[in-house]
Design a protein around this ligand. Structure first.
Ligand code: AP5
Ligand code: MG
Length: 208
């Protein structure tokens, strides 16, 4: 199964991709996570990317495509994958189609108005990358990761002023992919405004 999770920032793509990937025994490939790792390691690609990410803009297509091509060549991706955050514009969808065949695109449908607070309240563990939410999924103790006790941090692009820019980028560049994949008859839409458990059931329904 070669699957794409498509949806606005904060729709729950990462949360649901973790669960579905574990269930289907295929890797969860997030271009956002790969870029954040490149930024943290200070690689040349990471240095270029940080400026775009912190402004809520897309990182240039060739940078992301190169990273993705390398990742898809790894042995664990041969039996399938869940792509989270790629493609993000029509050009990327065309590049992806030339690399591999996609079997299904799951679109996380939700009003952007419901997402700003989710993003602003998100905190992540800088060590193990576990994702929390101060409102809907808080850590057990203060601001510390349940797994390793490390102090949680906010993603630089989860500040309210950057979130607005990310929504604008999404509407202008990524949302047109809904139509693109509808026309290719690959799109499965799920309502992404319930609890994580309810959404997981929806995801299971459209993938199994
Ligand atoms: P990326 O990391 O992909 O960010 P995004 O698409 O904006 O999506 P998020 O990761 O913010 O949200 P999500 O849908 O994964 O939600 P999550 O499950 O975490 O990209 C970041 C940046 O990298 C981009 O802006 C761009 O600059 C660059 N980039 C990445 N890919 C690129 C590409 N292909 N081309 C160019 N540039 C690229 O959930 C969010 C929060 O809500 C969490 O706190 C979670 O705990 C909580 N939550 C989850 N589900 C629920 C629920 N059902 N109810 C309540 N709370 C919930
Ligand atoms: Mg994510």
């Amino acid at each position: 199964m070669r699957i794409v999770f498509l949806g606005p920032p904060g729709a729950g793509k990462g949360t649901q991709a973790e669960l579905a990937a574990a269930r289907l025994k295929i890797p969860h490939i997030s271009t956002g996570d790969m870029l954040r790792s490149a930024v943290a390691r200070g690689t040349p690609a990471g240095k270029d990317a940080a400026e775009f990410m912190n402004a809520g803009k897309l990182v240039p297509d060739p940078v992301v495509l190169k990273m993705l091509e390398e990742r898809l060549r790894e042995p664990d991706a041969r039996s399938g994958f869940i792509l989270d955050g790629y493609p993000r514009n029509v050009e990327q969808a065309i590049s992806l189609a030339s690399l591999t065949q996609i079997d299904r695109v799951v679109f996380f449908s939700i009003d952007l108005g419901a997402l700003e607070d989710r993003l602003v309240e998100r905190r992540v563990c800088p060590q193990c990358q576990a994702v929390y939410n101060l409102k809907s999924n808080p850590p057990r103790v203060d601001l510390r990761c349940d797994r390793d006790g490390i102090t949680l941090v906010q993603r630089p692009d989860d500040r309210r002023e950057v979130v607005e820019a990310r929504f604008k980028t999404y509407l202008e560049q990524t949302e047109p992919l809904v139509r693109h994949y509808q026309e290719l008859k690959l799109l499965q839409t799920i309502r992404a405004d319930g609890t994580p458990e309810a959404i997981a059931k929806e995801v299971t329904k459209v993938l199994d």
